[in-house]
Each structure stands twice: as structure tokens, then as C-alpha cells.
Ligand binder design. Structure first.
Ligand code: ADP
Ligand code: MG
Length: 332
């Protein structure tokens, strides 16, 4: 098991990562989801041993890796730009890590063939890197990373350079291979669709910290933070003010009315809170005045006077009052 414990990393006196802790178990794929510049690649480079934190520990099966150089960590890396050796053919690219470990030639040959089989590129041994499409190159990069049976696989936005249709295909292949080999993996992306497809557990990286950690299902049903709810486009995130409580039921006022919201957090009277307003078949009914209507694929996105955005099958008229049922949750 890989365990990251309280990592801190600073660049130019600015904290980039602050107290990052998580673990990856055998057979588990965790996904680090964060905006560009949030420190995802830096975190991976530290796990790989290519860069060092100011403080914190990286442990593998309880052993601190601080003194273990990158090539002795036995971790496989797959990058966005493939990083294949252009002067070597496909066979030699995949054999590279095995040769570095002095694996005998008679073992290397069938192992390379096995890896090509796994990524669906049977018979590609003698091809040149430059003759391959982007998707094929990335599959070779994956085969190269897998060949030495790494103890951990790390993916840094591996689909970033590929077309949309190819992306989906390759993502499903990676997912199948990770399930089959049971190699623990850290998959880094800024794309939430990718994260929800591949992850057993998603970690949201924001402002240097992991602000939410859970299975895709847990995160979707309970985002727990305004930032996560916004990032996932789950509904309207609005401000409310707590008025009074009866047990766990709070009365909260908003720009579009006052409501009773069940809430497990601790709040005080007058406190400002973030609320998630989700359209729903049942719940509180709102009357909202239409300000603008935008066509969005199979539905209409309706901007209302109170700032809420509502989705409707039929386009209302600007100025019209619409009735919408919503569920309101307190985010924190
Ligand atoms: P991400 O992969 O999430 O896009 P990175 O880890 O590549 O983010 O980088 C996060 C930020 O850290 C960058 O915006 C940059 O300002 C800073 N950074 C990364 N590497 C260095 C470096 N070697 N020297 C100085 N600053 C760096
Ligand atoms: Mg990056």
C-alpha cells in the first residue's frame, strides 16, 4: 500500500501543496482531479522521486521512500506526451525497463509480446514510433510502463493529447487493464468525466488541499463543498443565511425565499452558508421570473431574475413566471 502523509511543497515562497495525505491500496485506482496549475504533476513527481517535498512522508508498505532513487521505486509512469524513445522501435521501447533490470533476453521477448497483446497491438514489435498514431503511441507507453510489473502506476493526463472518440476508447482500455492486473494506480486529470469513469476513489485538489475524497457515488450524492458542487455542475450553489433551528432542521433565507433545510453541520444563528439548489421532481416550489433563455443540446437553460439557472424541456418566454421544484441542501 502506498501512503502519502502530510506533504508540503512550496515554489517561490508560495505554498503549492499543503498537508496532502491519502493512500492507495492494492488494486485501487485513485484519481486526482484538479484545475490546471493546482499541483497535480508536482505531486506525481514527488511520488516518483523526481522532486522532493519540504515535509511529509511517502511510504510504500510502511517503508519511507525518501532515500530510494526513482529507478529503484519500481513505479511506472505514463505522461500526456507519451515520452517514447523515437530512435527505438516498439519492441525496444517496451523492453527498455526490463533491460535496465538485466532481465535475460529469452524472458524479455515473450514479455514484450504479452504486453503488446494486453494493449491490443499484437505484432507491432518492429514498427517505428513515428509510424504510430497518438492513441497507439500511448498504448505502447502503457505497455512499456507495465512490462516490469511496477508496484504502482501513475498517469499524468494520459489522454490530454487525444481526440474525443479515441479518449473514451483508451480510457476504457486503461480501466480494464488496471482491473485485470490489480496494479494500484494514481490517475491525474482535470477532466471530471475521465475521473468518474476510471476512479475507485476521487480526490479533489483545490487551493493546495484535498477538499473532498470519496467514491464517485459518494461524491456525487454528497459533494460536501461549494467548490466541488460547482465543479461538477450539480446545480445552483447559492448563499443563504441561517435564521433558526429546530433540531437538525434550519430555517434559512435566500434571495428567492425562505426554506427549511435539514442539515448535519453545526451552525449559529445569522451564519452565512452555501446551499446547493437541485431541480427535482419533489421538494420546495419556487416561482421565478425568466430573464434569458439559452438553447443547450436537448434542453433550454433558463436564467432567472434571482440568479438561479434552471433547465427546461420547453422554452419559456422572457418575463414569464415559471414554477420549479427544487431540493435544497446545505453544503457546509
Ligand atoms: P498541474 O499539473 O496541476 O497543472 P503543476 O504541478 O504542473 O500543476 O504546477 C503547479 C504550479 O507549480 C505551477 O503553476 C507553477 O507555478 C508551479 N511550479 C511547478 N513546477 C515548478 C518549478 N520547477 N519551479 C517553480 N514553480 C513550479
Ligand atoms: Mg500537470
Amino acid at each position: 500500500m502506498l501512503e502519502i502523509r502530510d506533504l508540503f511543497k512550496t515554489y517561490d515562497n508560495k505554498p503549492l501543496l499543503r498537508g496532502i495525505s491519502f493512500s492507495v491500496s492494492k488494486g485501487e485506482t485513485i484519481c486526482l482531479l484538479g484545475a490546471s496549475g493546482s499541483g497535480k504533476s508536482t505531486l506525481l513527481r514527488m511520488v516518483a522521486g523526481l522532486e522532493f517535498p519540504e515535509s511529509g512522508l511517502i511510504l510504500l508498505n510502511g517503508i519511507d521512500l525518501a532515500q530510494t532513487p526513482p529507478h529503484l521505486r519500481d513505479f511506472g509512469l505514463v505522461f500526456q506526451d507519451y515520452g517514447l524513445f523515437p530512435h527505438l522501435n516498439i519492441f525496444e521501447n517496451i523492453a527498455f525497463g526490463l533491460r535496465m533490470r538485466n532481465v535475460p533476453a529469452e524472458t524479455i521477448k515473450p514479455r514484450v509480446a504479452e504486453m503488446l497483446d494486453l494493449v491490443n497491438l499484437q505484432g507491432f514489435e518492429n514498427r517505428k514510433v513515428t509510424d504510430l498514431s497518438g492513441g497507439e503511441q500511448q498504448r505502447v507507453a502503457l505497455a512499456r510502463a507495465l512490462a516490469p510489473s511496477p508496484r504502482l502506476l501513475m498517469f499524468d493526463e494520459p489522454l490530454g493529447a487525444l481526440d474525443k472518440s479515441l479518449k473514451e476508447d483508451l480510457l476504457n482500455q486503461i480501466r480494464a487493464i488496471l482491473h485485470k492486473t490489480k496494479i494500484p494506480a494514481i490517475y491525474v486529470t482535470h477532466d471530471q468525466d475521465e475521473a468518474f469513469t476510471i476512479a475507485d476513489r476521487i480526490l479533489f485538489l483545490h487551493d493546495g488541499e484535498i477538499i473532498r475524497d470519496g467514491t464517485p457515488d459518494e461524491v456525487w450524492t454528497n459533494p460536501k463543498s461549494a467548490w466541488v458542487a460547482r465543479m461538477l455542475g450539480m446545480g445552483n450553489v447559492v448563499e443563504g443565511r441561517m435564521q433558526k433551528a429546530e433540531g437538525r432542521m434550519w430555517n434559512v433565507t435566500t434571495d428567492f425565499g425562505s426554506f427549511n433545510v435539514g442539515c448535519k453541520h453545526r451552525h449559529s444563528v445569522g451564519e452565512k452558508v452555501s446551499l446547493l439548489v437541485k431541480q427535482s421532481g419533489e421538494g420546495d416550489e419556487l416561482k421565478l421570473k425568466v430573464e434569458d433563455v439559452l438553447f443547450k443540446r436537448d434542453q433550454f437553460e433558463v436564467q432567472t431574475k434571482n440568479g438561479l439557472v434552471i433547465h427546461m424541456k420547453e422554452a419559456p418566454k422572457v418575463g414569464e413566471i415559471i414554477r420549479v421544484k427544487v431540493q435544497i441542501e446545505c453544503l457546509a
